[in-house]
Design a protein around this ligand. Sequence first.
Ligand SMILES: Nc1nc2c(ncn2[C@@H]2O[C@H](COP(=O)(O)OP(=O)(O)OP(=O)(O)O)[C@@H](O)[C@H]2O)c(=O)[nH]1
Ligand SMILES: [Mg+2]
Length: 358
Amino acid sequence: MKIAIIGPPRTGKTTIFNALTGNSVSTDKYAPIANEPNVAVVQVPDERVTKLSELYQPKKTIYAQIEYRDYPGIFSASNENPDNAMFSDIKTCDGFVLVMRAFVDEELEELYPLGEVLHQLTNFEEEMLLMDLMIAEKRREKIELGYKRGVKTPVLQFEDKVLEEVCAQLQAGKPLREMQLNAEEEKVIRGFKFFTQKPMIVLINCNEEDYHNLDNLKSEIQAKGYTAEVIAGRFEEELSKLDNEEAKLFMEDIGIEESIKDRLTRLCYSMLGYISFFTVGEDEVRAWTIEKGSNAVTAAGKIHSDLARGFIRAECFNYNDLMEYGSEKHLREKGLFRLEGKDYIVQDGDILFIRFNV
Ligand SMILES: Nc1nc2c(ncn2[C@@H]2O[C@H](COP(=O)(O)OP(=O)(O)OP(=O)(O)O)[C@@H](O)[C@H]2O)c(=O)[nH]1
Ligand SMILES: [Mg+2]
């Protein structure tokens, strides 16, 4: 899972990246805007993996991973080109975390004026719509040029028709993620990796003293259809440098119930519609991530393509049942150790053994 941390300049993206990953990337407010993302891969905190590891005592324990890519502020220059390398890089991510500046820093506001949070959000949305529109229009012009040269295939005509609808949606100020597309249409536009098609979480980055005062703002952003969350970015960055016990005390002081790492992991999973399944054994206990609604063959393919190709069946039980009854033996007695076929829809917390033959 690859998550892009994006936003206008100096909203605290790198501060939040540090809090999430334990890194110490500089957040000097007078430094020039960077031109490369900061990248880190973090383990997904999952106590189920820890418990399974205690139970199976494997040689290796492997948690699921999230790659966070923290990009420098974007859309600050009015002449940004939608084809630039950074935008292309951002678009390879599965989902976006958009950071808004809700802390007051007069110097920063002077250097990089952003205004109120809702205003920041609207501006950012407009920039994204515009970038997508430029890309869609450019492609349509190219198709048109082809028509003039006599290249007019049904495939191109279909693409042009879909892009016409895409442009209409964008011109109406609506993100593409709200567009109803059938499988064919979806396939035609997938390659463009449009900004406004990506799922997005909005983080309201504030000082710790405002942490509990921004519920109205949060609701207003949620009303626009986003998952929104209030974050005390700099405070959490400091917490990430403390040991767990100490950090817990400070969190209790402010009334933060869950660290940003735990919260954002959960939100990213639900934003992308992902769930976890596990494989267990003497060698390895491991968590895997798949889209909700995936079948057993897709899950097998995550582990190895041979397992999908030669799939026979999945032996399966659920983590919660294992915790309730204590051992595989007891699960068998209760009939909770199941044999499932190709079409079985894998559930969050399933433990799978794939039987295969290649
Ligand atoms: N008061 C306050 N300052 C913050 C907070 N989060 C970040 N800052 C400050 O804002 C400045 C910019 O923070 P960064 O994390 O570098 O911001 P950024 O969004 O990564 O900046 P660019 O990548 O240049 O766009 C730094 O001086 C931070 O200390 C916060 O929650 N409260
Ligand atoms: Mg930064």
